[in-house]
Design a protein around this ligand. Structure first.
Ligand SMILES: [Zn+2]
Length: 340
C-alpha cells in the first residue's frame, strides 16, 4: 500500500520574496507582505485516478501549501471527476488549484487539461513547448491516439477539450516554476516522447518523472520501459537518464505508479532493460516477424523477467502494455534500419 500522505507536516514560510525575472513565476503570495509570518504545511499527496476502475494505473500528485495548490499530472477526462473529488476530499477547494503541470501531453497524463480548465477558474496549464500546439488544437493528438486505440478512445480517455491559449503557459528546459510553496525545475527529458519534461522539487529532491523513469508498481523492484510509438528514441532516452543522474534526486514520483527512493538502482534497471528489449526486438524485426508475433515474443520474454523479480505482469499492463511497447520498438527499428 502507498501511504496517502507522502510528505506532510513540514513547516514552510509561505511568504518568500520571489525574484522577479523571466525564469520564475511568482504565484500564490497569499499574504502580500514581506513581514508575513504565516506558516503552512507544504504537502505532496498521491491521488489514484482509478483508471477504468483499477487502482495503481495512473497517478496525479497534489501539491498544496494551504494557500496555493498544484497538480502534477492530471490524467484523462475519463477520470477527471474522480480527480476533482479526491482534491476536495483532501481539503483543497477547487479555487485554490492554480497550476496544472503535465510532464507530457499523452492522454493518460494530460488528456483532462481542457476539461479541467473549464472547472478550475484560477488554473493555468503548464506544458513543454513541443506539446503546447497540440493542446490548443488536439486534432493531431486525437488522430494519433485513435490509430492506437480505435473504438476504445472514448471509453479510455473521454473527450479531449482544447486548451485556450491564454490558460496555457509554455515551460522551457531549465525554467523554474513556483507553485504550492515550492520550486519545480523543468528538465527536458525526451526519449519516451519529444514533448517530455520531468520536474524536480528542489527542496525535497522529489522528481516528478512522468514516463521517462519507466513504470513500476509499489512493493516491487521491476521497472518496465514504456516505449509507445511514434516518438520512441532510445538514444535520446539514454541522454535524458544521464541528465537525471547528475541531479540531486532523492525519490522518483512515477505516474505509473508511486514514489521510490532507490533512485540509482531504478534508473540503471530501466536503462538496461530499455536497451536489452531494444536488442531483443531489433533481432526479431530483422527476421521480419509480424507485429503480433513481436508482441507475443516480447510478452513472454518480459513476463519471465518479472516472475524472476516477483512482480505481477498484469499490474503493469495498464501503465504500459506490451502491445504499445512492441509497436514502439517496431516503428523505431524499421525506421532506423530503413525497413519502413
Ligand atoms: Zn503514461
Amino acid at each position: 500500500m502507498i501511504p496517502k500522505t507522502l510528505t506532510s507536516g513540514r513547516l514552510f514560510l509561505l511568504c518568500r520574496i520571489l525574484p522577479d525575472n523571466n525564469t520564475r513565476t511568482a504565484v500564490g503570495d497569499s499574504c502580500g507582505s514581506a513581514n508575513c509570518t504565516h506558516v503552512s504545511n507544504v504537502r505532496t499527496e498521491i491521488i489514484d485516478l482509478q483508471f477504468l476502475g483499477y487502482p495503481l494505473a495512473i497517478a496525479s500528485y497534489l501539491l498544496d501549501d494551504g494557500a496555493d495548490a498544484a497538480l502534477v499530472e492530471v490524467g484523462a477526462t475519463s477520470t477527471a471527476e474522480t480527480l476533482l473529488r479526491e482534491v476536495q476530499a483532501r481539503g483543497v477547494p477547487l479555487e485554490r488549484v492554480r497550476h496544472l503541470i503535465v510532464t507530457h501531453i499523452h492522454l493518460d497524463h494530460a488528456g483532462a487539461l481542457g476539461w479541467l480548465l473549464q472547472r478550475l477558474p484560477n488554473a493555468t496549464a503548464y506544458v513543454h513547448p513541443v506539446g503546447a500546439p497540440h493542446l490548443m488544437d488536439p486534432s493531431r493528438l486525437i488522430a494519433s491516439a485513435s490509430r492506437l486505440y480505435g473504438e476504445m478512445m472514448e471509453r479510455l480517455w473521454g473527450a479531449v477539450v482544447p486548451v485556450p491559449q491564454e490558460r496555457l503557459r509554455i515551460v522551457r528546459d531549465g525554467e523554474r516554476v513556483e507553485a504550492a510553496g515550492r520550486t519545480l525545475l523543468a528538465i527536458d527529458t525526451p526519449g519516451h516522447a519529444r514533448h517530455h519534461h520531468s520536474y524536480l522539487d528542489e527542496a525535497t529532491g522529489t522528481l516528478f518523472a512522468g514516463d521517462v523513469a519507466g513504470v513500476r508498481m509499489p512493493g516491487t523492484t521491476y521497472v518496465r520501459p514504456p516505449t509507445p510509438p511514434p516518438e520512441l528514441d532510445i538514444e535520446a532516452w539514454q541522454a535524458s537518464l544521464a541528465k537525471l543522474r547528475k541531479l540531486p534526486i532523492q525519490q522518483l514520483a512515477l505516474t505509473h505508479f508511486g514514489m521510490f527512493d532507490d533512485v540509482a538502482r531504478h534508473l540503471n534497471e530501466l536503462e538496461t532493460r530499455l536497451i536489452d528489449w531494444g536488442q531483443f526486438t531489433r533481432a526479431l524485426i530483422e527476421q521480419g516477424v509480424s507485429d503480433g508475433e513481436l508482441m507475443q515474443r516480447l510478452r513472454d520474454y518480459g513476463n519471465a523477467e518479472m516472475q524472476q523479480q516477483g512482480a505481477d505482469p498484469n499490474s503493469y499492463d495498464l501503465g504500459a502494455g506490451y502491445e504499445l511497447i512492441a509497436l514502439g520498438y517496431a516503428r523505431y527499428w524499421r525506421k532506423k534500419l530503413g525497413l519502413a
